[in-house]
Ligand binder design. Structure first.
Ligand SMILES: [Zn+2]
Length: 509
């Protein structure tokens, strides 16, 4: 008896016309019985159709290509090959002699007519999915505009179906309100509030114990004050649901949360906490206070590094920052260089984007003319297949890199370059916050080996410091390089990009 694989996919999107997993399985089983073949393995995918990356599909194709089965049974084409790449892969299987069958679409892939029918259906399916994705985004945005949250109810509310506003959970709702009120008194930390609310009986949405993170999320969530936030754009909408807390209480709590965050740093943490590492064992040095002085100690007993005094470290940092001070005129020149570099890059990427959009449109129209030409028998199977595969590859490459417009970098570049003027001053006369800020934005690495601190500067400051003896008029000892404004401008742009990247990552957390 021939052995066949069977593949089913259930979409998590609500499409109204989906066929359930049970129905798909039954239909495939019946087909296998009719054909008199044995299903040796079931592959089941549960994913959103439009999302790329189907691990089960990929694994199955790999096994099929290595000859683990004689054929493949699927429910129907638009469920089985919802993007073109999948479809090309399925077509290749048929070419390699694997018997591919569908329950609904009775096409024989071994005939040319069957392949054309199937190909056209696959193209239609891919287009349908693209459409669906756009429609569903429109639908979600529409819900926000109506004041409805198209997401599961947060703790303290109950879901009442898609078209209706969330209702206050009679048990958890009042507890959430109480949490806001307690936190607003200023007598609770997030952790002590978590304990208190746990005792009061507040549980998470799955009725499990509430975490500190849950508490933080609740206190930050505008939904409780009656407002919806559409995350993609940051737009705010008035919700139809009843608020649990007043806007005033919500803002008081936000103020407390923000103050706590700032206070937390200055009160309990040492300034260089998680910034200073032991150079020998690369652990973080831990702050401690002794007789009014602050020390950082490597807590690895086997390590030769002992401690460093904070003021020793600081005078070392000061010395480094002094070495990057440039005169105003030079900084101005670097800023001008950076401006023209960023502008030039912007023009170039704009041109690239336009070219790319044009190529994409062209490739898509070529694909449809190709299909038309093939259907009307103007070209043969071989040239059709080759050209089609080529076009599809091009379309996918272009489609995937369809870039979003780049953020304006110039402000960030300027603030990097400003540090050439201000770093030393804001470190030496600044408060803890600006000290920390300066260190984080100019230094990439603070270490201590035994008792010796060492500070590595970020570029463009490192580059400037290594040439500073030339600037200060000291004799040019062999090896030191002169400063080139253009080069510093480039380094500053790289640094600005790194900063924005870092900020994006922090925002994602
Ligand atoms: Zn150490």
């Amino acid at each position: 008896m021939s052995s066949y694989f069977a593949y089913t996919r259930v979409s998590t999107e609500k499409q109204g016309e989906g066929v359930s997993l049970v129905e798909q399985r039954a239909a495939i089983q019946a087909l296998a019985a009719r054909m008199g073949v044995e299903i040796t393995r079931w592959f089941e995918e549960r994913q959103t159709a439009a999302k790329k990356g189907r691990p089960v599909f990929g694994e199955m194709m790999r096994l099929l290509r290595s000859g683990r089965a004689d054929g493949l049974l699927m429910h129907r084409i638009d469920r089985s090959a919802r993007n073109l790449r999948d479809w090309v892969a399925v077509g290749d299987l048929a070419d390699d002699g694997i018997d591919v069958r569908f329950v609904i679409d009775q096409v024989d892939l071994n005939t040319r007519g069957g392949r054309i029918t199937a190909d056209i259906q696959a193209v239609i399916a891919a287009d349908y999915v693209r459409n669906l994705r756009e429609e569903s985004l429109k639908g979600i945005y529409g819900r926000y505009k109506q004041g409805l949250l198209p997401l599961p109810a947060p703790i303290g509310y109950l879901d009442c179906g898609g078209g209706k506003p969330k209702e206050i959970d009679p048990l958890k709702g009042p507890l959430v309100e109480e949490a806001f009120e307690l936190y607003a008194t200023g007598e609770y930390s997030l952790e002590s509030l978590r304990q208190k609310m746990h005792e009061r009986g507040l549980r998470n949405t799955r009725d499990g114990p509430i975490t500190k993170n849950n508490i933080a999320h609740i206190l930050r969530n505008r939904f409780y004050a009656g407002t919806l936030v559409y995350k993609r754009t940051g737009e705010l909408f008035d919700g139809q649901h009843a608020a649990l807390v007043t806007k005033k209480l919500f803002e008081t709590v936000q103020g407390r949360l923000n103050r706590k965050a700032v206070k937390g740093i200055s009160k309990h943490n040492f300034l260089y906490r998680r910034l200073l590492r032991c150079a020998l064992c690369s652990r973080f040095m831990v702050g401690e206070r002794q007789k009014g002085r602050v020390y950082y100690r490597c807590h690895n007993r086997a390590c030769e590094t002992t401690t460093v005094r904070e003021d020793v470290l600081e005078s070392h940092i000061q010395q480094r920052l002094r070495s990057i001070k440039l005169d105003d005129e030079l900084v101005d020149e670097i800023v001008r260089e950076a401006e023209s570099l960023v502008q030039a890059e912007k023009r170039e990427s704009e041109t690239n984007r336009r070219t790319q959009a044009a190529s994409l449109a062209k490739a898509k129209s070529q694909l449809s003319s190709l299909t038309a030409a093939f259907v009307s028998r103007e070209i043969d199977q071989l040239s059709y297949d080759v050209t089609k595969a080529d076009l599809i590859e091009r379309i996918e490459a272009l489609d995937g890199t369809d870039g979003k417009p780049e953020a304006d970098l110039l402000d960030e570049v300027r603030s990097v370059l400003e540090l050439f003027r201000s770093a030393q001053l804001s470190y030496e006369s600044g408060d803890r916050e600006s000290k920390l800020d300066t260190v984080k934005s100019t230094c990439s690495n603070l270490t201590v080996a035994r008792r010796e601190p060492s500070v590595e500067l970020r570029n463009p400051f490192r580059r400037a410091a290594s040439s500073s003896c030339v600037l200060s008029g000291a004799p040019d000892r062999g090896g030191s390089r002169t400063l080139c404004p253009k080069q510093l401008a480039r380094l500053a742009i790289d640094e600005a990009i790194r900063r924005e990247e870092e900020r994006r990552q922090n925002d994602d957390l």
